[in-house]
Design a protein around this ligand. Structure first.
Ligand code: PGA
Length: 254
């Protein structure tokens, strides 16, 4: 059976630990009914330890939204993957467009992927183009993002990687602005073809490929059926308990 994965990304929310605890409590109540869908939640670093209680918990699996490209040392402000792992973190999002827009390069994304995998974390690798052009230059850009991100990766670690396709123009809008199922479908095929050529067919079939960008309860079902995605990366919807679990429920049914 295909893996189904729904990843929530709280971004810079909520504004206090007490709100974060409350939100997680509400999510946990519902998540017990999510099986066999895997549910991840990327929380702010500042809250991770309290929310995990210092150890890896079942559902949802908690992680972070970004990770240091380094393994430790004199890097002010950075949080190493081993630190996240040691307080119960399960995964890190890497290469989110909101990090790339602050200057994160493909090479840095690659270092972060390697650091996270090296420390035993799972990785949700984000790729996505800023805009479309009729000549299809965006496809070259996406190939370059993928090629660089997977450089030097050990094939044995691939089972801990999921890819989230997030076109930047579709992020943070209303559900109407999400990409349409058919268009996402083309991109899922494109990504699976890359993985097949770079690794092999069975890797391409087993690696979860997610879509992110203005997913909500109005468009999730269509994206699952028409686009053939394995799940979603949810921003805003991950802060709304009912919407989040309606989407998880769709992922379980489709
Ligand atoms: P959104 O964010 O669901 O609010 O569009 C998605 C993301 O940025 O990961």
């Amino acid at each position: 059976m295909k893996r189904r994965l729904v990843v929530g990304n709280w971004k810079e929310n909520p504004s206090s630990l007490s709100e974060a605890k409350e939100l997680l409590r509400a999510l946990k109540k519902k998540v017990t009914r999510a099986r066999p869908v895997e549910v991840y939640l990327a929380v702010p670093h500042a809250f991770l330890h309290t929310l995990t209680g210092g150890k890896k918990n079942g559902r949802p699996l908690l992680g972070v939204q970004d990770i240091s490209a380094f393994w430790g040392g004199a890097h002010t402000g950075e949080v190493a993957a081993s630190m996240v792992k040691s307080i119960g973190g399960h995964f890190s999002i890497v290469g989110h467009s909101e990090r790339r827009s602050l200057g994160e390069t493909n090479e840095m994304v690659n270092k972060k992927v390697l650091a996270a995998l090296g420390a035993g974390l799972h990785v949700v690798l984000c790729i996505g183009e800023e805009a479309r052009d009729p000549e299809g230059v965006y496809l070259t850009l996406l190939t370059h993002e993928l090629e660089t991100a997977f450089q030097d990766i050990f094939p044995r670690d691939l089972g801990r990687v999921a890819i989230a396709y997030e076109p930047i123009f579709a992020i943070g809008k209303s559900g109407l602005d999400a990409m349409k199922g058919d268009d996402v479908h083309e991109m899922i095929i494109f990504i699976r073809k890359f993985i097949t050529e770079r690794f092999n067919r069975s890797r391409a079939d087993s690696m979860p490929v997610l879509y992110g960008g203005s997913v909500d309860s109005t468009n999730a079902k269509d994206l699952l059926t028409t686009a053939g995605v394995d799940g979603f990366l949810l921003g805003r919807a991950s802060l709304e308990v009912d919407t989040f679990f309606e989407i998880v429920r769709f992922a379980r049914q489709v």
